[in-house]
Design a protein around this ligand. Structure first.
Ligand SMILES: COc1ccc(CN)cc1O
Length: 331
């Protein structure tokens, strides 16, 4: 059975993250979760999360679900690249998104969440769509929703059609030809250690020359911005009057009135162009004349991340066949 579900920006002003409605348990409990191709844990705010750490989030209460089963003796604990994290215990239950149901999905209930999760009331948990090797459940790692659902889908794929300041979609099991233009270019995926890792063939700043390069990075729907090698990002921001890499603000900032160039990245013989407007990410505070860039250096990260700023410029196919590949198309 195939499916389709909305990817809804959690903030109307800038695309911090996107959430997707899911139902868990019997009777169904609806939560809005952040679908994250950069991790592989499905965890939720729950009746086990201390009230002091819950600020408006919907919670999953396994004790109210007739189909919930404790996965005895199993725990989990995850730390994300931005320093946030969560931990807890594990149930299995019915899990449905966009009409696709997995009857015994591992649902990781949070017993602790870090402040940055507490402070984002619109995110009620995450659905990891990375490879299951990254799952943190101990002593037995659990399968992602996609790995569990794959065999029931027409095709072992899901697609991301994220949009700038608008609602997009995640499709499961099929490729919707109306969502892209031209051809889809498929690239090999390196599945070790478990991210959707691919190699971009280079970049161009605005209408400038294309620079062939091999940029190894991960496609990560759960990261807001795009983080690339210093020399790429320096050449981009070097074209923007008044742009500086600010220790104070933690990245490249620029005068909000500046005209930004677009950014093009290679995908095999093809390419994707990120419009300038996507890279004018946000004012550093409401009404400030200083804006924060959507393209930042990856030098402190140790990995290049194609986050939402890049992904929303494309239609992306996450092909879970053997071997997995990743497909990119303009739209
Ligand atoms: C604090 O919010 C988040 C932290 C980490 C991830 C995963 N990349 C997603 C989030 O929404």
């Amino acid at each position: 059975e195939n499916g389709s579900a909305a990817a809804i920006p959690i903030d109307p002003r800038f695309d911090i993250a996107y959430v997707t409605p899911v139902t868990i348990g019997t009777p169904p409990q609806t939560l809005y979760l952040d679908f994250d191709t950069g991790s592989s844990d499905l965890w939720v705010f729950s009746s086990h999360t201390p009230e002091s750490q819950v600020r408006g989030q919907r919670i999953y209460s396994p004790e109210k679900s007739s189909t919930a089963k404790l996965l005895a003796g199993h725990t989990w604990s995850i730390l994300y690249g931005d320093g946030s994290g969560s931990l807890g215990n594990v149930y299995t239950d019915n899990f449905t998104v966009g009409g696709v149901t997995v009857t015994s999905q591992a649902v990781q209930t949070a017993q602790q969440v870090s402040y940055s999760f507490t402070s984002q009331s619109e995110i009620h948990g995450l659905v990891g769509l990375g490879f299951s090797t990254l799952n943190t459940v101990f002593p037995n790692g659990q399968l992602t929703f996609f790995d569990n659902a794959k065999s029931t889908l027409d095709s072992p794929v899901f697609t991301a059609d994220l949009k700038w300041k608008k609602e997009g979609t995640y499709d499961f099991g099929f490729i919707d030809e109306t969502k892209y233009t031209g051809e889809i270019t498929y690239l090999p995926v390196q599945t070790d250690p478990g991210y959707w890792t691919f190699t971009s063939s280079g970049y161009a700043v605005g209408d400038g020359a294309f620079h062939p390069a091999s940029i190894v990075g991960i496609a990560d729907t759960g990261t807001s911005l795009t983080y690339l090698p210093a020399e790429v990002v320096t050449s981009y921001w070097g074209q923007v009057d008044g742009a500086v890499d600010s220790d104070y603000y933690g990245g490249y900032v620029f005068p909000c009135s500046s005209k930004l160039p677009s950014f093009t990245f290679g995908v095999g013989p093809a390419n994707i162009t990120i419009p300038a407007s996507y890279i004018n990410y946000a004012q550093i505070t409401e009404g400030s004349p200083v804006c924060f860039g959507g393209l930042q250096s990856s030098s402190w990260l140790g990995v290049n991340i194609w986050g939402d700023v890049a992904l929303k410029a494309a239609f992306v196919v996450f092909n879970g066949a053997n071997p997995p590949t990743i497909g990119w198309a303009k739209k």
